[in-house]
Every structure is written in structure tokens, then in C-alpha cells.
Design a protein around this ligand. Structure first.
Ligand code: ADP
Ligand code: MG
Length: 734
């Protein structure tokens, strides 16, 4: 009887020590690479491949290259070092030239590599007195001294190169050997995909895929193998997300909000009657009409909020696209059904800003309240941050519990501060793309536990960080996505300049003075100091003084940094907003969300220190009215990456385009928060190149989960490898 196919979870139970040639020492070496069992070995993928039939011209070899060079042994000599260690020196040549190969402590090489032998030398190219040289390379004899062809069936034409092996004291060659042996011992690796699905998606079987990736005969094999394994990575990830979602939906007690969808067509100035909803009252009295995109995403939100399942939606919109207005409209819809809302901001500065702008926007709106004289009171928007005094705080807490407060703004800590609601209906999280899946689940449970009504609030997560569609699927696979793809009417592109010369620099400060003279305002962003908020603050203080005495002499220059007290920060922001300050010298504390429409210039010092997404966010602090705005990027980047970022920023204002550039510049891994990654990390997949596979994996995951656990079959067993025990219990108990 033949062996049954081996599942990945079976293989994960086989320790590497069971493989031939892996003893104590190598077990430890492998462990240092995170490889403990056969499953780990098989999913330790080649970093790249070398085609040994493609002759590398020796004269093309660059110092520092890792290369496989094919050549014939011309000359062999041996000697001893001063310490008495044997040294064998070999000269190898091909039609194009020759190079030196040196072996230390391998005196037997003298007998192996006799003149006339043809071999493949694999190693790193070094430099020895101006000549290219390899030290202790891996050698694979192809043609022996008598011209006989060696059996090369053990190594394919395409040689896989494994990463980081040197660090662990192993060679890529040895690693390939262990993996080859594992594949041989595994006999047949099971395939959790149904044949129908597999064929429809044009994927090869998994057993073949592992073999093709590790021991390819040609490029086509390597590619088809990779394709299958990438698909599996995406599928597992999407299954976990789909299962989380199923779990959420099955255990939820959502609210059917009374969302007045017809009111979304209302325009400023339209007539109202006594029974008009808050949404209608607001939209007919607001300073401006919704943009088409705002209206469209509100339709999507209305649909979710009106359903019994809790909303779980991500709202994406470039900086300045008007997400706050969307959030407020949704919060008013919650109010229409008698439910309260929470708006969470990432910083206190932002929470205060939201408080101010929401209060301004809801002026004139009132709600029924039998507890007060006249049966009506103004719609109440309150704030809960560390700054709020104990007495006021208690009043807000009371109001939330009795229903006297309709909307509360705060930082992310808000829900963990002993707050209780009468009926929490909607949670909005502003500017937070790093808010992970687990945190969202916790939030949802908290919301329910803290609401006397004990229902699941709807959730709207807003982000200005433009996440390419494929990454969004990975990061937010459990969320529905709405996109605001249109700026408010009349906005001009921000003019961005990369300021390098002294003349350009003085033109930049000239611009700041001109704009201030024309009644507008400016930001100056101080260099980022990695790891030290204190040093960063000090340098901001100095820069403010320097500018106030020199380039910006005569202007009123304020200061904002992370070490200031909340109250101080708030005062400075208020002064800047009111125009009492012309220029605000700030650290990145103002990175997200700050909205001062009169600000029309931003100068970013040492701009290359910031990430692309961050620079785009910073730039988004201007261009928030219909006036022309300017962004100056200062400093000379010491790296190509830094240059590429600044160039990209000069070239486009489009956040989505920048996100694509960003994605192509970084490794995908950094997109996933450490906690979210777990073992489901994408090892082979590239979000940039494998988008098509991600889309089909998501579709299959959704349909498998809909079909139920029988359809999932062996996949459930396999998923256990990628989630921890608690989560598995949570996800698979259905
Ligand atoms: P973000 O999406 O970056 O959070 P905001 O909500 O802060 O953007 O809006 C940016 C600016 O655009 C604000 O000053 C806001 O008042 C304004 N705005 C929002 N919606 C509209 C609209 N429909 N028409 C005109 N201006 C708008
Ligand atoms: Mg905002």
C-alpha cells in the first residue's frame, strides 16, 4: 500500500532532525533561521535562481556579486599559510577570461580540481590585488579530468539560491540538499484544493508546485510552482479574514439604523418640515453640497447602517477629500434613530479640532428630549480627552449614560476609560490605517459591553493613507471599502518644489512671506528625529528661534511639538487657526488631519527623512481651500530611495499613485502590522505583482466559507498552522 499524501500540518510535526545529514549542529543552525520542522523547510523558498547553462562571461563579474561561474581548471597550486593552514589556489578560465579561486583548509581540493576539470563555482566575488577571486566557493564538477560527464541529475539546470544561509553557517547548496531530501521523504504532499477549483484557476497541484519551486528544470516550472504557492498564501490569508467575518456576523446583534437615504439628495436651502430627519436638516443648512463621491459613499454607508448586520467599513479618501463631512452625516443618521456616536482621533490635537468643527457644523440642530424644558435641546457634541477637567468629564460621562450627549469625540483611549453609553450606535475611527483586525474586534466588543442597549455598534474606519486595492484586501480583508475619489470642487493641485540651491531656498522663504502678506498662513516642518521626541522638540524650538530672527523676521512664528502639554498645543492651534500666528513651526505632530483652510504653504525640512505616505499627509495640510498652495521639500537626500521619494512627490499630487510608488519601493512585509502577520506572513507573494491571484483567492475564500466547513475540508487543519490556538477556537467553532 502506498503512503497517504502528507498534509502540511503532518509535515509540521516532523522535526528537521529526522532528515538525513541533519545532526545537532545543523538543527541549531536551521533553528536560527526559524526552521524547526519539514514544513518550515519546504516553505523556506529560494531567494533567486541561477541558470547554470547560461554562461556568465568572466569579464562581466563584478566584485560583490554572488555568482555561479562555469569554467575549466587551468592551474592548481598549494601552499601553507604562516599558521600552517593549507591553501589551495586554482585558476579557472573560460573563453572570456580567467579568475582565481582560493580554498582554505580544503587540501583535498588539489586532488579534486585537476587541470582540465570543468566545474561550476558558486560563491561571492571578491577582490584580491585588483583581480577577481572567489574564496571557498561551492563546487559542482560537470566534466571530469578524463572528459567524462558527471552525473548532474542530482542538481537541475536551474540552481536555487537560498537566503541568509551564510549567516547560519550553512551553504545554499546544503539547504537545497535538505529540502530535496524532505521532498523525497514526503513522497506526496496533499492538495487541499478541489480539482475543479484548481483547474478553473489554472493552478498546478501543490505537490508539483513545491518540487518545481525548489528543484525546477526550467523557468516555466519555477513560475508555475510559484504561482500555485502564492495562491495558497493568499487563500489562507483570505480564509482567515472571511472566517473572522463569518464569526462576527453570526454573533452580532446589530442595529437597523433609521437612515434617511432620500435626504442625501437634499441641497442647501431646500425646504424642511417638522418631521425632517437630522440628516436632512443638516444637509439643507450646510455651507456646501456633498460632492458626488461623498454622496456615493454615504449611499453605501446608509445601506450598511440600515441592515441588521453591523457595518464594518473602511472609508478611504485622499487628504482633503472631505471624510469628516461623511462621518458627521452618518453620526446624524445614528442620532435619527436615537443612538449615540463616537468619533475617535489619533491625537488630542485632532480630537479638539474635530470638536470645534463638528460643533460649528451642527449649530442650529436640535433634538427631542422630554427630560428638558420645552421638550427640545441642542444636539450635543462633547469631548473626552486627558485635558478635560474632572468636573466636566463627569458631566459628559453622565450625559452619555442618560442619552443627553449625542456625539462624543476623543482619542483611541476613549472606550477604555470607564465610559458607558445609553445606546452606542456608531463608532468612527479617524485617520487610522494601522488599526488592526484584532483591535477592531476588541473595539466592537467593548462598544457592546459599554452600551446599556447592548447592541453592536456600526463601525466606520477612515483613512487618508491611500492603500492600493491589493494591499487593502490584505490589511482590511474583513472590511468593506468605500472610496472618495473626488476632491471638493475647485481645488487646485499643490505646487511642489524640491529646493536644493541657495537661490531656491531664498525663493521658498520669499514665498512664505508673500503668502503671509496676502493674508494666508504657513507651516514649517522640522526634521524627524528617529527615536527621540525630546531631541526633536529641542531642534524645533531652535529652528523656530532661528527662523524668527532671520528668514521670517517680523512675522509671528508659533511652535508646536510633541513635548508640549495638551493645553499648550490646543492654544497654539487656536491661535494659528485664528490668524494670530502667521507661521507654525512644528514637528510631525501635525501630520494627520489638521485642517486650517487658510494655510497655503508648507516647508518640509530634511524632507527625505520622512516616508512617502507621511510626506503626502504633511503636504495635505495645505491646499484645503480654492487658493493656490505650495509645498517646499528641503534637503539633499543621501540615498537613492530618498531622492526617488522626493521626485515622486514633485511629480504627482495623487495619493494613490504615490502609494503605488511606495509599494514598489518597500518590501510588502512592512505593510502588515507585526501583530497581524502571525505565521500567515506572505513569503512568496508580492502585493505588487500578484494582484490577480489575490483577487481570485479572495473570491474562492468567500465562496468556500459560504459553502460551510465541509467545503473547507483539509484547509481548516492547515489554517491552524497560521493562527494561534485561541483564535483557532474562535474561528473554527461554528
Ligand atoms: P479629510 O478627508 O482630509 O479629513 P476634511 O474632512 O478635513 O478632509 O475636509 C477637507 C476640507 O474640505 C475641509 O475644510 C472641509 O470643510 C472641506 N470640504 C469637505 N467637503 C466639502 C464639499 N463637499 N465641498 C466643499 N468643501 C468641502
Ligand atoms: Mg480628516
Amino acid at each position: 500500500m502506498s503512503d497517504p499524501p502528507r498534509s502540511l500540518s503532518y509535515l509540521s510535526g516532523v522535526p528537521v532532525s529526522r532528515i538525513n545529514n541533519i545532526g545537532e549542529k545543523r538543527t541549531q543552525a536551521l533553528a536560527s533561521l526559524g526552521i524547526d520542522n519539514v514544513f518550515d523547510l519546504l516553505t523556506y523558498y529560494p531567494r533567486r535562481y541561477i541558470d547554470r547553462t547560461r554562461r556568465i562571461d568572466l569579464s562581466d563579474l563584478q566584485v560583490g556579486d554572488e555568482a555561479a561561474v562555469y569554467g575549466e581548471v587551468d592551474k592548481v597550486t598549494s601552499r601553507r599559510s604562516r599558521q600552517g593552514r593549507p591553501i589551495v589556489e586554482v585558476t579557472v578560465s573560460d573563453d572570456g577570461g580567467s579568475f582565481r579561486v582560493v580554498f582554505f583548509n580544503q587540501s583535498w581540493r588539489e586532488r579534486q580540481l585537476v587541470v582540465g576539470v570543468q566545474a561550476l563555482f558558486f560563491g561571492k566575488v571578491g577582490d584580491y590585488k585588483g583581480q577577481r577571486q572567489m574564496t571557498n566557493p561551492v563546487v559542482d564538477i560537470i566534466v571530469g579530468p578524463l572528459g567524462e560527464e558527471r552525473d548532474s541529475s542530482k542538481v537541475g539546470r536551474i540552481v536555487p539560491i537560498y537566503p541568509a544561509t551564510g549567516k547560519a553557517g550553512l551553504t545554499s547548496w546544503e539547504m537545497g540538499g535538505f529540502i530535496g531530501e524532505s521532498l523525497r521523504r514526503a513522497v506526496l504532499i496533499s492538495d487541499p484544493l478541489a480539482d475543479d477549483d484548481r483547474r478553473r484557476l489554472n493552478l498546478i497541484e501543490r505537490d508539483a508546485a513545491f518540487r518545481h519551486v525548489h528543484l525546477p528544470d526550467d523557468d516555466a516550472e519555477k513560475d508555475s510552482g510559484r504561482r500555485r504557492l502564492v495562491f495558497d498564501e493568499f487563500l489562507r490569508l483570505q480564509l482567515i479574514l472571511a472566517l473572522r467575518r463569518r464569526r462576527l456576523e453570526s454573533s452580532s446583534a446589530g442595529i437597523r439604523h433609521d437612515f434617511d437615504r432620500a435626504a442625501l439628495d437634499a441641497s442647501p436651502g431646500d425646504a424642511l418640515d417638522q418631521n425632517s430627519s437630522q440628516v436632512r436638516r443638516f444637509l439643507t443648512s450646510h455651507r456646501y453640497a456633498l460632492t458626488g463621491a461623498q454622496r456615493r459613499v454615504l449611499e453605501e454607508i446608509a445601506q450598511d447602517m440600515s441592515s441588521a448586520l453591523p457595518m464594518h467599513r473602511l472609508l478611504q479618501g485622499d487628504v482633503g477629500s472631505g471624510k469628516t463631512l461623511v462621518a458627521l452625516t452618518a453620526m446624524l443618521a445614528a442620532r435619527d434613530g436615537g443612538h449615540q456616536s463616537v468619533l475617535m482621533a489619533p491625537t488630542e490635537v485632532l480630537a479638539e479640532q474635530h470638536l470645534a468643527s463638528l460643533r460649528r457644523d451642527v449649530t442650529g440642530l436640535s433634538v427631542r428630549d422630554d427630560a428638558v424644558l420645552g421638550g427640545e435641546r441642542p444636539l450635543s457634541v462633547q469631548v473626552l480627552t486627558g485635558r478635560v477637567k474632572a468636573k466636566d468629564r463627569q458631566a459628559v460621562l453622565d450625559g452619555l449614560l442618560t442619552g443627553g450627549v449625542d456625539i462624543v469625540v476623543g482619542t483611541h483611549a476613549l472606550l477604555s476609560e470607564g465610559v458607558r453609553f445609553q445606546s452606542l450606535g456608531l463608532i468612527v475611527i479617524d485617520e487610522q490605517h494601522r488599526f488592526g483586525v484584532e483591535q477592531r474586534a476588541v473595539l466592537r466588543d467593548e462598544g457592546r459591553a459599554r452600551s446599556v442597549a447592548a447592541r453592536d455598534a456600526d463601525l466606520l474606519v477612515m483613512t487618508a493613507t491611500p492603500i492600493p486595492r491589493t494591499s487593502a484586501m490584505v490589511l482590511f480583508g474583513d472590511l468593506d471599502v468605500s472610496i472618495i475619489d473626488e476632491m471638493p470642487h475647485g481645488r487646485l493641485d499643490i505646487e511642489t518644489e524640491w529646493t536644493r540651491s541657495a537661490e531656491e531656498l531664498s525663493a521658498c522663504w520669499e514665498r512664505v512671506r508673500d503668502e503671509v502678506a496676502a493674508g494666508r498662513r504657513a507651516y514649517v516642518i522640522c526634521p524627524l528625529v528617529e527615536g527621540s521626541q525630546k531631541v526633536e522638540a529641542t531642534s524645533a524650538v531652535e529652528e523656530r528661534t532661528r527662523l524668527a530672527l532671520n528668514e521670517l523676521r517680523g512675522l509671528s512664528v508659533g511652535l508646536l511639538h510633541g513635548q508640549m502639554k495638551s493645553q499648550e498645543k490646543e492654544d497654539v492651534m487656536a491661535q494659528f487657526r485664528a490668524g494670530e500666528l502667521d507661521v507654525l513651526v512644528a514637528t510631525v505632530v501635525i501630520e494627520v488631519g489638521v485642517d486650517v483652510a487658510e494655510a497655503s504653504v508648507i516647508v518640509i525640512e530634511d524632507a527625505w527623512r520622512f516616508g512617502l505616505a507621511q510626506l503626502h499627509q504633511l503636504r495635505g495640510r495645505v491646499g484645503r481651500s480654492n487658493a493656490q498652495s505650495y509645498c517646499y521639500l528641503l534637503g539633499t537626500p543621501p540615498t537613492d530611495d530618498g531622492e526617488a521619494r522626493l521626485r515622486a512627490l514633485v511629480e504627482t499630487n495623487d495619493g494613490f499613485e504615490l502609494a503605488e510608488v511606495d509599494l514598489s519601493m518597500r518590501r510588502e512585509g512592512t505593510l502588515l502590522g507585526a501583530r497581524q502577520q502571525g505565521r500567515s506572513d506572505l513569503k512568496l507573494a508580492s502585493l505588487k505583482d500578484d494582484g490577480e491571484l489575490l483577487v481570485s483567492a479572495r473570491a474562492l475564500a468567500t465562496s468556500l466559507v459560504e459553502r460551510g466547513d465541509d467545503a473547507l475540508g483539509d484547509l481548516i487543519d492547515e489554517l491552524r498552522l497560521f493562527v494561534d490556538g485561541d483564535e483557532a477556537a474562535y474561528l473554527f467553532r461554528s
